[in-house]
Design a protein around this ligand. Structure first.
Ligand code: DTP
Length: 258
């Protein structure tokens, strides 16, 4: 049913081929350091033609959570980039209804107050803002800053820890109103207890009615997701529910450790 589906990928493949100018420059540089009769095509084949994602299909219903798991370099971030339109598929089709909020793996901070960094140009809505900072456990942090959430960051202001930065990035993405939320490894730099609480309070409760994609390989998170996509070297190793995962791929946890 198209009206209840928020995102659909049909047999999508993609490669990160660089701009053609950049490509020639690299081949030229590579050739300079090669013996004269070696095959310059090898470089091309090895580095540029291998797809980063192969034949991926999925659909996500409105209000559902998809967990994207897989070892490092399996293509999880690339999948989000493709949904964002940053990585153009070489084959297949992507359909979604428009407004996306994206939280990158490493969140960036702009000069301004902490509050500015969460609102990010949107208007301040006290209720919304308070629920978001509570769910992202930022209240305790604000209490320790000299001017609470009006404390300046970057130029002459306080420096956030890795975990604070991650939570500000998550809060920014959640504060924004969107049809689809893409959260790339939002718990990096968080301890296990904080991760668990933020997953519960923010990703599961506050975002309960939101269509979400969360990059995470934690077993507890996979159990709570409506759908799971397990990537391996750019291929779909598994797509379905947690109980289907246990039945079809009983060895799956080995893939999550890398
Ligand atoms: P990790 O868990 O380490 O973040 P991943 O998200 O599963 O890994 P990626 O999608 O980041 O995997 O990487 C898959 C491949 O794509 C890897 O060979 C690096 C490459 N890649 C990722 N992002 C880019 C980019 N922006 N430009 C060019 N290549 C990229």
């Amino acid at each position: 049913n198209l009206t209840t589906t928020e995102l659909e990928l049909v047999n999508v493949s993609a490669s990160w081929d660089e701009g053609i100018g950049e490509l020639f420059e690299k081949i030229q540089q590579e050739n300079k350091s090669r013996p004269p009769h070696s095959d310059p095509g090898m470089f091309f084949t090895n580095l540029y033609v291998t797809p980063v994602l192969r034949n991926i299909s999925l659909y996500l219903e409105k209000g559902h959570m998809l967990a994207v798991a897989g070892s490092t370099g399996s293509g999880k971030s690339s999948l989000l980039m493709m949904i964002l339109g940053e990585l153009v598929p070489s084959e297949g089709k992507i359909r979604h209804s428009g407004r996306i909020s994206f939280s990158p793996q490493t969140s960036w901070i702009m000069p301004g107050t902490i509050r500015d960094n969460i609102l990010f140009g949107l208007t301040y809505d006290e209720y919304r803002y308070t629920s978001v900072i509570k769910a992202c456990q930022l209240e305790e942090d604000f209490a320790e800053f000299p001017e609470k959430d009006k404390t300046h960051l970057v130029e002459g202001g306080v420096t956030l820890s890795g975990g604070q930065r991650a939570r500000v990035g998550l809060a920014r993405a959640v504060y924004k109103d969107a049809d689809l939320y893409l959260l790339d490894a939002p718990f990096t730099h968080l301890d296990i207890v904080t991760e668990k609480e933020i997953f519960e309070k923010c990703v599961c409760k506050l975002m309960a009615s939101k269509t979400r994609i969360v990059v995470t390989s934690k077993l507890d998170h996979l159990k709570r997701a409506d759908k799971i996509l397990l990537l391996h070297n750019g291929d779909c190793y598994f797509y379905g529910t947690f109980s289907e995962l246990q039945a079809k791929r009983p060895d799956f946890s080995a893939l999550l450790l890398g």
